[in-house]
Write a protein that binds this ligand. Structure first.
Ligand code: ATP
Length: 451
């Protein structure tokens, strides 16, 4: 008798598509895989770079009061003493005494049997587990050489606050933006790349005069939500969650998360945080390094430690959001009956391949013409050339990786220099002169609206 197969969740289907089509692989897969770490394949890295570039453009190019930074991952241990990460950056954990599995105490029912081995009353008392990865720098292994992989990019910005003020022409209010890797020894790493041990963050700290944070905090909340709309994300899948008194860090004035309704079984989860952090971090660094991290207003001559409004998004978590938002299985009625089309409805600006060029036949110079066209489009768009297999199957392969535009070249192209442009979402096809292709695709991208 056939085994009763467990029903695939939406997330399972996305994980499987990511692997099959080269978006995301488990790290060290040939050695059995490393939990909580992932490798971005040819399409995944392009998708991630596209999101990264959109964020960077939005935050720096489109805001003339924000400058960029790329701080190192390794920082002096004192940074993490000052920030409170060494003392406080921990989750309460319990171990199962029988199977040695470890769980976050706030994520399981401590009265229930162990979810892995089923043992009863087998949990240890909850104890704090620091999430920072520790390592050593230099030849000595004593405590003086102990350092940490950064668990957030933000501290790299705080410790460079004075450097940026002293070396650039910035004046408060201004922000510093940064994208980079962060590391957390997460215990619960389920849900694919949602929560991993190595991930990327896109953070911006906006420095303002104490009191003016009241104005900048709503401003940045509004800006950040608008960004996702520009990214083409379905707005009814995004919402705000304000931190209650128990969630709010003791120094924070206010905090909101942008939550996204990920696919089943994840549902609503945090995507980005917008936090009003007061002068906490700069005050702490002033105390720990012994140098005032303050600002002298060149006009009013007031001296103060600025307040900070921070926007903190996960880049890799954004990749998962983009995949979940785009994933669709459409049931099509064809002459042969019902057919399912798997399609990723990425906004054209996010799509790893934007234009695919497909010759309808290989002979009589058609393939050569198509290849030439594909090469000429490379300057403008990420392209892909595919001459293998039936055209219907080639379209489907492109739909599955979210390619918004397919161009076919045929005998008529030879005669009149026209091509067929096919749109991914509507599957509509139009015949246009080759010379109008670039402009048509650009126009369509500009006006793109997901149905
Ligand atoms: P969570 O409650 O999900 O652990 P957090 O509140 O600790 O997250 P922050 O420290 O505010 O998260 O980090 C800012 C953003 O960085 C998060 O909104 C998320 O997008 C991303 N992020 C944090 N931890 C991880 C992780 N382990 N894997 C992937 N992304 C992460």
């Amino acid at each position: 008798m056939a085994k009763n197969k467990k029903k695939q969740t939406e997330l399972d289907k996305i994980v499987s598509l990511c692997r099959r089509r080269g978006f995301i692989f488990q790290s060290s897969e040939i050695y059995g895989g490393l939990n909580g770490a992932y490798d971005y394949g040819p399409l995944g890295v392009q998708l991630k770079n596209n999101i990264r570039d959109l964020w960077w453009k939005e935050m720096t190019q489109m805001h003339d009061d924000i400058v960029g930074l790329d701080a190192s991952i390794l920082m002096a241990s004192k940074v993490w003493e000052a920030s409170g990460h060494i003392k406080n950056f921990s989750d309460p954990m319990v171990d199962c005494k029988e199977c040695k599995s470890r769980f976050r105490a706030d994520q399981i029912d401590l009265e229930a049997p162990c979810p892995v081995c089923g043992s009863k009353d087998s949990f240890t008392e909850p104890r704090d587990f620091n999430l920072m990865f520790q390592t050593h720098i230099g030849a000595n292994s004593g405590s003086a050489s102990e350092i940490y992989l950064r668990p957030e990019t933000a501290q790299g910005i705080y410790v460079n606050f004075r450097n940026v003020v002293d070396s650039s022409r910035v004046q408060i209010p201004f922000g510093i933006a940064q994208i980079g890797k962060s590391f957390r020894n997460e215990i619960t790493t389920k849900n694919f790349i949602f929560r991993s041990c190595e991930f990327e963050q896109m953070e911006m700290q906006f420095f303002c005069k104490p009191g003016d944070d009241e104005k900048w905090f709503p401003y940045w909340r509004e800006q950040r939500m608008a960004f996702y709309e520009k990214m083409g994300i379905r707005m009814d899948h995004l919402r705000w969650h304000q931190h209650g008194p128990k969630e709010l860090a003791f120094y924070a004035k206010d905090a909101y998360d942008i939550e996204y309704n990920f696919v089943e079984p994840m549902q609503w989860q945090e995507l980005e945080g917008v936090h009003s952090r007061t002068d906490y971090d700069l005050t702490q660094h002033s105390k720990f390094c012994g140098k005032q991290q303050d600002y002298l207003d060149p006009v009013t001559h007031e001296k103060y430690i600025p307040y900070v409004v921070e926007t903190s998004a996960g880049l890799t978590r954004n990749v998962l959001m983009a995949l979940c938002d785009a994933y669709d299985e459409e049931v099509l009625t064809t002459e042969k009956g019902e057919d399912v089309r798997t399609v990723l409805h990425f906004h054209p600006n996010l799509a790893p391949v934007k234009v695919a060029v497909l010759p309808l036949v290989k002979k009589d110079g058609i393939a050569e013409m198509a290849k030439e066209l594909e090469q000429s489009l490379r300057e403008e768009f990420p392209t892909f050339y595919d001459q293998g297999g039936a055209i219907g199957r080639r379209y489907r392969r492109m739909d599955e990786i979210g390619t918004p535009y397919c161009v076919t070249v045929d005998y008529d192209t030879k005669e009149d220099n026209t091509v067929t442009l096919r749109f991914r979402d509507s599957m509509e096809q139009v015949r246009i002169p080759m010379s109008e292709l670039v402009a048509t695709i650009k126009e369509s991208t500009k006006n793109y609206k997901r149905k």
